[in-house]
Design a protein around this ligand. Structure first.
Ligand SMILES: [Zn+2]
Ligand SMILES: [Zn+2]
Length: 325
């Protein structure tokens, strides 16, 4: 999945950016608590919500309430105490901004003001976006080679996205990683975290769960070779979420990347898959390893070979992997 992902701001129809490998829109779905599930159903209009945060003073209010929320013993903060914490003298002005936050982000209780669940998550998102290295690492070479031309792989982390390509601009991998996850990490660490997120997203996508918002999705293998303008000439994995607009785009080999039988085959040959970068296994990198064996429904054979040993693998139209020994 490609894109920006500071929140859900991505354009669902943006073309996939990496021909060979992954493109993601999945930002890390945090929030699995039942409370958050309730929030999802609240359906706050995002434009309205963000408009409410247009004034920095309002963000300061949320931040102070979040500090109180974390301290636990103080659930609600009284008006005067909150105004003092935020450091605003003019109580009329303070009341105006506080009121603009009510309902969506802040709730008034008998004891004062407290964050709603949306408020808590919004503050977390704001803080996650403001960490560290100005949010940029690299570009710098990492310990891998381009599967297409053999040149050094070069990674960069910028605007919440980790991208790997080669000196000749062949795209190898791209994935979103929130700045908080990349805080204090080196570039190789950021790359392996992004790969971990990608593997998890592939697993969830293949299991029919949107990696970003957990709504049901239908993973599909597509063969675009007969299309007028194919995005990718080799069959690929596509997961698209109608609920959040998240997308996962990658080669068919991605389905094998998380398959237990394929993992076991690699382990038997002393090459554990998780020790390889996701773009490195031949079944991901080599377009020639993929062959369409049936069109209706689509079924694709993928060649998996190590040290002269061969594993016969087919992938069905919804990304299901079958292995025949
Ligand atoms: Zn290259
Ligand atoms: Zn989704």
């Amino acid at each position: 999945m490609t894109g920006t992902h500071s929140g859900d701001t991505e354009e669902p129809d943006e073309p996939a950016d990496t021909a060979g490998t992954a493109a993601d829109d999945v930002s890390d779905g945090t929030a699995d608590s039942s409370e958050s599930a309730a929030v999802a159903e609240q359906r706050v209009d995002p434009a309205e919500a963000f408009a409410a945060l247009s004034d920095p003073l309002r963000v300061d209010i949320l931040r102070e309430l979040a500090t109180a929320h974390r301290a636990r013993e103080v659930e609600s903060v009284g008006f005067a105490a909150l105004r003092k914490r935020v450091g605003v003298r003019d109580s009329g002005r303070f009341r105006y901004h506080l009121n603009e936050l009510r309902d969506n982000f802040v709730r008034k209780t008998d004891d004062g003001y407290r964050l709603t669940v949306t408020g808590v998550e919004t503050v977390a998102a704001i803080l996650a976006g403001t960490y560290t290295h100005g949010g940029t690492l690299g570009p710098a070479p990492i310990d891998s080679e381009c599967s297409e031309c053999g040149a050094d792989a070069v990674a960069v982390y910028r605007d919440g996205r980790c991208g790997v390509s080669c000196e000749n601009d062949h795209p190898l991998f791209g994935w979103t990683l929130p700045p908080a996850a990349a805080a204090d990490a080196t570039l190789p660490e950021v790359v392996s975290l992004a790969e971990l997120f990608a593997r998890q997203a592939i697993e969830r996508g293949l299991a029919g769960v949107c990696p970003k918002c957990s709504a049901p999705v239908e993973p599909r293998i597509v063969d675009e070779r007969d299309d007028a303008e194919p995005v990718d000439p080799t069959p690929g994995l596509r997961v698209r979420c109608e609920t959040c607009g998240g997308r996962l785009v990658g080669p068919v080999g991605f389905c094998l990347l998380v398959d237990p039988a394929v993992e076991a085959f690699y382990r038997r040959h002393d090459r554990p898959l998780d020790a390889l970068h996701v773009w490195e296994p031949a079944f991901v990198a080599d377009e020639g390893a993929v062959e369409v064996v049936d069109r209706d429904p689509l079924r694709v054979a993928v060649e998996v070979t190590l040290d002269g040993d061969r594993l016969a693998v087919t992938v069905d139209e919804s990304g299901g992997v079958s292995v025949r020994d």
